[in-house]
Write a new protein. Structure first.
Length: 175
């Protein structure tokens, strides 16, 4: 194996999380401009697996996969209202709702969370990266449990603006 190949062992098949290049190419990831306008789905789905519940979960027609079920989901960032219904519908836990316009200092990230105990509104928690590294503190804004998707809560968390591109979940709480 060449040095180049050794140095490129990043990305979803090697680490389990998408690389920056994969995210940049993903049709489900909205533009920076859109994220700065308010809540929008950020669909970090990059593997072309046979899967499509996200498409049916969106009542606004903002997610398109199309006839070929292995197509990557495409987000229509103008149609997306940031409602969050797609978050718990994704078995791959690949969808978050990002809002870089929450206030001057904070962004928000809504993410799927499948651990017990759940956080409570107002809790200060450890906010983590895609790799699970603790990056900063987060403040819990809401915890929703969609009836149709038992076992997957959708947690909304405020974080410092500068971490909005990296934070995608929170550290599991002690039982
Ligand atoms: S957040 Fe709501 S409107 Fe946006 S893609 Fe998901 S389900 Fe559709
Ligand atoms: S439901 Fe999730 S894993 Fe499946 S295609 Fe949609 S974003 Fe990808």
């Amino acid at each position: 194996m060449s040095n180049t190949e050794n140095n490129t062992k990043e990305g979803i098949i090697y680490t389990g999380v998408p690389s920056k290049a994969e995210l940049a190419a993903a049709p489900g990831v909205p533009s920076e401009e859109r994220m700065c306008q308010g809540r929008v789905a950020c669909i970090e789905c990059v593997q072309g697996i046979p899967c499509n519940p996200c498409e049916g979960a969106c009542k606004f027609g903002a997610i398109t996969i199309g006839d070929e079920i292995t197509n990557l989901p495409h987000i229509d960032e103008e149609k997306c209202t940031g409602c969050g219904m797609c978050v718990a519908a994704c078995p791959g836990l690949a969808i978050t709702i990002v809002n870089k316009a929450f206030n001057q200092k904070e962004a928000t990230v809504d993410f799927p969370f499948e651990y017990i105990p759940l956080p409570e509104v107002g809790d200060e928690v450890d906010a983590v990266s895609r790799m699970g590294e603790v990056l900063c503190k987060g403040r819990i804004l809401s915890v929703k449990k969609p009836k149709s998707y038992a076992g997957t809560a959708v947690v909304s968390m405020a974080i410092p603006q500068e971490f909005a591109d990296e934070v995608r979940n929170m550290k599991r709480l002690p039982r």
